[in-house]
Each structure stands twice: as structure tokens, then as C-alpha cells.
Design a protein around this ligand. Structure first.
Ligand code: LLP
Length: 462
């Protein structure tokens, strides 16, 4: 593979500088380069070579970017928070053994929301003590699995507490609990509102906080060690996070006044990333600094001993490290309307455009700098008219066989994927320093039949 060490020169449509300290502000992974033939490479692996070797659609993860993002969180917490702190990876963004192992090696914790995410975390090498279990409807089995591994359970509602009380006789000691409540801060992309009662399925209503804290003083099987609130996702404003710190500090004062040994304040995740050039999220450093300063100030105002500060980034940790490669197939020009360019994946590997009208940025893998003098709409291959990945994308003329690279697909793509139309899930490769390793095998059509059962009376009918 011929590669150049030169960073990708900023050029259409990349007129955004690489921010080495905060990958969430970039459109492309930190190791994006042009190889000796002007083709795009990541981690010194030419992307079209990867497409040929592993097939398409293909998720590619850049280890350098992932590790840099973990470090950005770790270092910003150390820089701006005078007490202990821990960043916890919200694994719903992208759960796999390889990502868990990398995140664990970088010293982060992990947030899981199901038995599947818990098992992935355990087998990926994350210590139970560094894991928190979230969820608004945890099963008995999920709770038992978590407590047996020393995972901190985030109590979300009375049902969690009932189930835990039932399971308590089997606990080796008191279970570590965190309490989640609705903070009354709702964020939108460009504005936020504060209300007393939020319409949210997650967490205790703030009105119930005192009652549940009092109830927990009567539960010898529980040790309440933390408080949690999360305000939303893909957020660019900082002010809601300041307000959240004050709300959490009030709850911390109350919990401690009732005798709970609360050490952890968990502010959730939510920092946004750049999907298209016009997005302008704050840096990881600015986000952490805002949160840290607000927590310190809120605790000082209330005379509280500083808690350990936890945050739960998901998207901003993994999104920019990931790209998806597709092979271009059919083309349908509709004169005067638009030209559809179809690729070999779509809403089953990236359900975000059809679900949230999310926008993405894409380039041709082998002609990233060619004049983008055609406007196309990139459609997926699913039987659904809305299966469109990118609308009105400026591209150089592309033909069947070209490889299209869609950026910032590392979060909430693989983890939210489906088998719609019985389309198998893509493989994932991890790239670093010129080597590519398969970390998730490609599903095969036969795999999709594994759980089908054909009763014998239905065999050979007709
Ligand atoms: N902590 C809790 C309790 C959460 O519910 C979430 C995300 C996070 C942390 C991580 O938030 P992040 O840093 O990723 O913003 N599927 C949607 C995003 C759903 C986020 C759900 N909760 C999407 O694709 O945009």
C-alpha cells in the first residue's frame, strides 16, 4: 500500500480544519490521508483496498481517532476537575468486544443498557466496578447479572427497586446503586427549556426524589453511591450542562443530608459532533471544562464535599472514528428532478437518516479531490422510498463499482442496524498504522435463517 504521511489538504468539501485535540469537531478521522495515488486512506490503509478485501458495505474504525478521543476526555477531566473523575463510554453508541477492549485500555468505564451490552463489556475486558447499568425497564436477569459482577445499577424507577429487593437475598453484599431522575432540562439542537416535569420515560420524576431517597434509607441491601441525570444527545450548547450541575448538586445535598454515602455525580453524555461542515460543536475540552467548573461552583455554593465526577459520552467518543464504505451500483436520472445513485447498503446499516433526517458527508474513495460537479441523491437498496442516505450530495461523476465513503458513522449506525429485507449486517475492520483487522465478521444470508423454525406440518406444502 502506498501511503503518504501528509494530512489531507483542506479542499472541497473539506474546508474544516482538523482539530487534533477534539476529534468530535472534525468531519473525518484524524488519520485521513491521500495515498501516493491520491486515494483516501485511513490508518494508512487505502479505503478502496479495504472495500475489495472485505467487501461492502464495510464499517471502518480508526484506532488512532478512538484512542485520541478517549484521551481527550481523560485529560480534560484531569485538567479541569480538582477531584476524582471518570469518563464512562455509553456503549449503546457502538457495542463490540474490540471497542470495549480499547476503551478499557484507555482507562474509561462503560455504560450498558442490556444483558447483551453487559456481556460484551465483560468479555471485552471491562471490570464490573467500572460499569453502570442503565435502562427504564431492566429485567430481573439483567439486574442479577449486573449485581453479580459488581456493576453499579442506575435505579430508574420503583420497579427496579422492587426487583432488586426481591433479588437481594442472593447478593453477596449491598448492591451499589445510582439514582436517575429527570432533571427538568430539555435540550434541542439550538435551544433548551426548563420545566418542572418533563415528559420522559427515564428516571424518577423530580417530585419523587425525596420519597425515593427516604425509601432507600430503609433498604439495607442497597448502597446509594451516585446520582445521575442525562439531558439529551447531539447537543451543541453548553448552558444546559451548567444548569444540570446545579440541579444535581441540589439532589446531592439532599441525599447526603439523609445519610446516603453519595460519592458519584454522573452528568450523562450528550456532546454533539460534526456531521456536516456547518455543524460547530464545542470541543471536548470546552464541554468538560464547563461541566467541571459548574459542578465545582454548585458544590462550593452548597458547602458540599466534591463528588467523583462521571460523564457518559457515547457519540462524541466513537462517531468520528468510524466511516462506512459502500459500492455504487445503479443510477436513475430523473430529468429536471434528481439523480438517484444507489449503493449496496442503506437504512439497515445506517437508520439515522430515515429515523432523524440526519445529514452526512461523503466522498468517493479514489477521487476525493475531483471536481464535485454533479448533484446526486444517494439511495440505499431497501424496499422503502425513504431509504436515502444523503440528499443532494455534490460528487464527481460516479459510476458502478466506485467506492463511496460516508463519514462520522461510528456511533448509532452498527448499534442501531437491522436486517430489514433480510440484508446481512456489514463487517467492521479496525485500522491502525497500515494494518487492518477484522473485528466484526460480515453476517451471511444463511445466518439470518438460524432462528427460523419450520414446523414439520408446514414442510413441502403445495
Ligand atoms: N447516557 C445516557 C443515560 C443516555 O441515554 C445516552 C444516550 C448517553 C449517555 C450517551 O449520549 P451521547 O453522548 O451519545 O449523546 N440514537 C440516537 C441517539 C440516542 C441517544 C440515547 N442516549 C441518534 O442516533 O442520534
Amino acid at each position: 500500500m502506498v501511503t503518504s504521511r501528509e494530512p489531507l489538504a483542506p479542499s472541497r468539501p473539506f474546508e474544516v480544519d482538523q482539530d487534533l485535540s477534539s476529534p468530535n469537531r472534525n468531519l473525518t478521522p484524524l488519520t485521513t490521508r491521500l495515498d501516493g495515488e491520491g486515494r483516501l486512506s485511513l490508518g494508512d490503509c487505502t479505503l478502496s483496498d479495504l472495500a475489495r478485501r472485505y467487501g461492502t458495505p464495510l464499517y471502518v474504525l480508526d484506532e488512532t481517532t478512538l484512542r485520541a478521543t478517549c484521551r481527550a476526555y481523560r485529560e480534560a477531566l484531569a485538567r479541569h476537575y480538582p477531584g476524582e473523575a471518570l469518563a464512562i463510554y455509553a456503549s449503546k453508541a457502538n457495542s463490540s468486544l474490540a471497542i470495549t477492549a480499547l476503551v478499557a485500555a484507555e482507562g474509561l468505564g462503560l455504560d450498558a443498557v442490556s444483558a447483551g451490552e453487559l456481556l460484551t463489556a465483560f468479555q471485552g475486558g471491562m471490570a464490573g466496578e467500572r460499569i453502570v447499568l442503565h435502562g427504564n425497564n431492566k429485567s430481573r436477569e439483567e439486574l442479577a447479572l449486573a449485581v453479580a459482577h459488581g456493576v453499579t445499577v442506575v435505579a430508574d424507577n420503583w420497579r427496579d427497586l422492587e426487583l432488586l429487593a426481591e433479588l437481594a437475598p442472593s447478593f453477596p453484599g449491598p448492591a451499589r446503586l445510582m439514582l436517575r431522575f429527570t432533571p427538568g432540562i430539555e435540550c434541542h439542537t439550538h435551544e433548551y427549556i426548563r420545566t418542572g416535569h418533563l415528559d420522559s420515560k427515564f428516571g424518577f420524576d423530580p417530585d419523587q426524589l425525596e420519597a425515593v431517597l427516604r425509601h432507600l434509607t430503609t433498604c439495607p441491601w442497597a448502597r446509594l453511591t451516585g446520582l445521575h441525570a442525562h439531558i439529551g444527545s447531539q447537543i451543541f450548547e453548553l448552558q444546559p450542562h451548567r444548569d444540570l450541575a446545579a440541579v444535581l448538586a441540589d439532589a446531592l445535598a439532599l441525599a447526603r443530608s439523609l445519610g446516603h454515602p453519595v460519592e458519584d455525580l454522573n452528568v450523562g453524555g450528550g456532546l454533539g459532533i460534526r456531521y456536516v461542515a456547518s455543524d460547530d460543536p464545542p470541543s471536548i475540552d470546552a464541554w468538560v471544562r464547563t461541566v467541571a467548573e459548574a459542578v465545582v461552583e454548585a458544590c462550593r455554593e452548597r458547602g458540599l464535599v466534591l463528588p467523583r465526577l462521571l460523564c457518559e459520552p457515547g457519540r462524541s467518543l466513537v462517531a468520528t472514528a468510524g466511516v462506512t464504505l459502500y459500492e455504487v451500483g445503479s443510477r436513475k436520472p430523473i430529468p429536471g428532478l434528481r439523480t438517484y445513485l444507489s449503493v449496496d447498503g442503506g437504512m439497515s446499516d445506517n437508520p439515522r437518516p430515515i429515523t432523524y433526517q440526519s445529514q452526512y458527508t461523503a466522498l468517493l474513495a479514489d477521487r476525493p479531490m475531483a471536481e464535485p460537479n454533479e448533484t446526486v441523491t444517494v439511495a440505499g437498496k431497501h424496499c422503502e422510498s425513504g431509504d436515502v442516505l444523503l440528499k443532494d450530495l455534490a460528487l464527481p461523476p460516479a459510476t458502478a463499482g466506485d467506492v463511496l465513503v460516508v463519514f462520522a458513522t461510528g456511533a448509532y449506525n452498527a448499534s442501531m442496524g437491522s436486517n430489514y429485507n433480510r440484508i446481512p449486517r456489514p463487517a467492521t475492520v479496525l485500522v491502525a498504522e497500515g494494518s487492518a483487522e477484522l473485528v466484526q465478521r460480515r453476517e451471511q444470508p444463511e445466518d439470518l435463517l438460524r432462528y427460523d423454525v419450520l414446523p414439520s406440518r408446514l414442510r413441502y406444502l403445495g
